[in-house]
Ligand binder design. Structure first.
Ligand code: ATP
Ligand code: MG
Length: 170
């Protein structure tokens, strides 16, 4: 799942998981009960690494997986597409765009109705995150060729372990 906060990723991920009998992995649903925080001084990247490892184990067992992560950068998406392919799975990038007004309304509504599953987000936060977000291109959305890793990185698994400590295929 790719999209900004409030884009509707978790909502759609639940539908996809039900339709495809897939395992849904939603980091906030672990981070918030464990730490009361979505980031927790970088523990999020460790947790996501463990969830990627779980995802690869499930794929090896023939179970589909919905990674409900957000995945703002093309490199994150390329690394995960590569890892999925490495265990013989196909991978679909599901991007949910969201206009700012809709996003603001949804985030406010969610904060009122299900505060235990989310965290407060200001309009300034949302603006800054929108600047950082890299919209997926056509090749990513169509399952096209996976780009080579960024300069200095010999392979996507090595890039992935640097981004997500504990992201091992075991
Ligand atoms: N298609 C939709 N139409 C109307 N409301 C929606 C839609 N999808 C999601 N919502 C509502 O918008 C809010 C945000 O949705 P959701 O939690 O699925 O977003 P998210 O992308 O997972 O956000 P985050 O990145 O913060 O986890 C929720 O209150 C949800 O009920
Ligand atoms: Mg979500």
């Amino acid at each position: 799942m790719v999209g900004l906060p409030g884009a509707g990723k978790t909502t759609r991920a639940k539908e996809l998981a039900a339709t495809h009998r897939a395992l849904r992995l939603t980091p906030d649903h672990w981070m918030i009960p464990l730490f009361g925080d979505s980031m927790a001084d970088g523990k999020r990247w460790v947790l996501e690494g463990r969830l990627i490892s779980v995802a690869l184990q499930a794929l090896r067992l023939g179970t589909s997986v919905v990674l409900d992560f957000g995945l703002w950068s093309r490199d994150e998406r390329s690394a995960l597409r590569w890892l999925a392919r490495s265990v013989g799975a196909s991978c679909q990038v599901v991007y949910l765009p969201v206009d700012k007004d809709v996003q603001l309304a949804r985030v406010a509504h969610r904060q009122e109705t299900t505060p235990h599953q989310t965290f407060p987000m200001s309009e300034a936060d949302l603006d800054a995150w929108r600047e950082q977000f890299q919209v997926p291109d056509a090749a990513e959305l169509d399952g096209g060729e996976i780009p080579t890793p960024p300069a200095g990185w010999p392979s996507w698994p090595e890039w992935a372990v640097a981004k997500w400590p504990s992201c091992t295929d075991s």
